[in-house]
Design a protein around this ligand. Structure first.
Ligand SMILES: Nc1nc2c(ncn2[C@@H]2O[C@H](COP(=O)(O)OP(=O)(O)OP(=O)(O)O)[C@@H](O)[C@H]2O)c(=O)[nH]1
Ligand SMILES: [Mg+2]
Length: 306
């Protein structure tokens, strides 16, 4: 690809675009080019500034609700793969969305967003349009690179290999276990990153690979696996014989005491309570009474007492 010619083409398109998102997308494409011409290089730096300010504006605008769900949900899983590999089918299975499912290649042409319930934690699930070799679409790869984890949908082992190869071309290596998001999110496109991931496949027995392959129609195992890669523990409130609907979520590898839990719940409660009743794995017996330094485990329910 001749970068100068491509630059000129995109410049022309830029003059015609109307919406902010289209403009951001084109600016992302044009600023990732390396034209030789010095005049174009200086125009490129102006475009970079413009892109920065448009991104700021759009992030303020996008902090909103989509179909009744808060799309700024803390965790994001991206579904990706070759075309016709069941991404939309899985999206619909996990989120209940009605994205179009069809044998026609490239049916999904824009990211599809849904919210899945992952063991009481809301997780945003995004189906990214099918990826293919040598495509030029920085916005798509930015979305993929910023996800908390990736789920690669594959009909055949060959689909899987192609997707892994295409991700590697974009400096993205898949990894089986949890990795601290700060080491793989918001990194420039020219940095190699390792991203937690797994594969959802049509026929598990065909696969031998370094990341887990789960049956694409096995909602239970996929949900459990996503939960394990979130690397969190859920602590529920227990009050008037009722368990709170949504848990408070803490990092799995950090010690979480009753004190940490109360601080998250409402600091003012510290004044009137000094003990807690625990139900769940960290309790020696159901309803054990403990002090604020007691360490909590995933799934614990905590009732504050005086
Ligand atoms: N046999 C079988 N067919 C499946 C499975 N999952 C999806 N399909 C079929 O495969 C076709 C493509 O499914 P989609 O879910 O639309 O695939 P996609 O990856 O979203 O495709 P694009 O968005 O077009 O890239 C549909 O006809 C599905 O019914 C599966 O696990 N087994
Ligand atoms: Mg689709």
């Amino acid at each position: 690809m001749n970068q100068d010619i491509e630059f000129m083409k995109l410049q022309k398109q830029l003059k015609k675009v109307g919406s902010m998102s289209e403009k951001i997308e084109l600016l992302e494409q044009i600023t990732s080019l390396n034209p030789r011409d010095s005049k174009r290089l200086s125009i490129r730096s102006k475009y970079k500034q413009e892109l920065g300010s448009l991104r700021k504006k759009s992030s303020i605008k996008n902090k909103t609700v989509f179909n009744g769900y808060d799309i700024t949900s803390k965790y994001q899983v991206v579904l990706l793969g070759q075309t016709n590999t069941g991404k939309s089918t899985l999206h619909s299975l996990l989120t209940g969305s009605n994205v179009e499912i069809s044998d026609t290649p490239f049916t999904t042409y824009k990211p599809e967003v849904g919210i899945m319930d992952c063991k009481d934690i809301s997780v945003q699930l995004v189906e990214v349009p099918a990826i293919y070799k040598d495509e030029f679409y920085p916005a798509k790869y930015r979305l993929i690179r910023n996800a908390d984890m990736l789920c690669i949908c594959s009909r055949t082992p060959d689909d899987f290999k192609q997707t892994v190869g295409q991700l590697e071309d974009k400096l993205l290596i898949l990894c089986a276990s949890y990795i601290d998001p700060s080491s793989h999110k918001n990194k420039p496109l020219d940095n190699i990153i390792e991203k937690p991931g797994f594969s959802a496949v049509w026929e598990v027995s065909l696969y031998e690979m370094n990341i887990p392959a789960l049956n694409i129609s096995d909602k239970y195992s996929i949900t459990e696996h996503i939960f394990s890669l979130l690397n969190v523990k859920r602590i529920y409130s227990f009050r008037n014989d009722q368990i709170g609907e949504k848990p408070f979520v803490f990092p799995l590898d950090q010690r979480t005491s009753v004190f940490d839990y109360i601080t998250r719940l409402d600091k003012r409660l510290l004044v009137h309570h000094n003990k807690a009743k625990i139900f769940g794995s960290s309790a020696k017996y159901e309803g054990q009474i403990v002090g604020f330094d007691h360490l909590l485990l995933d799934g614990d329910k905590v009732e504050l007492i005086k």
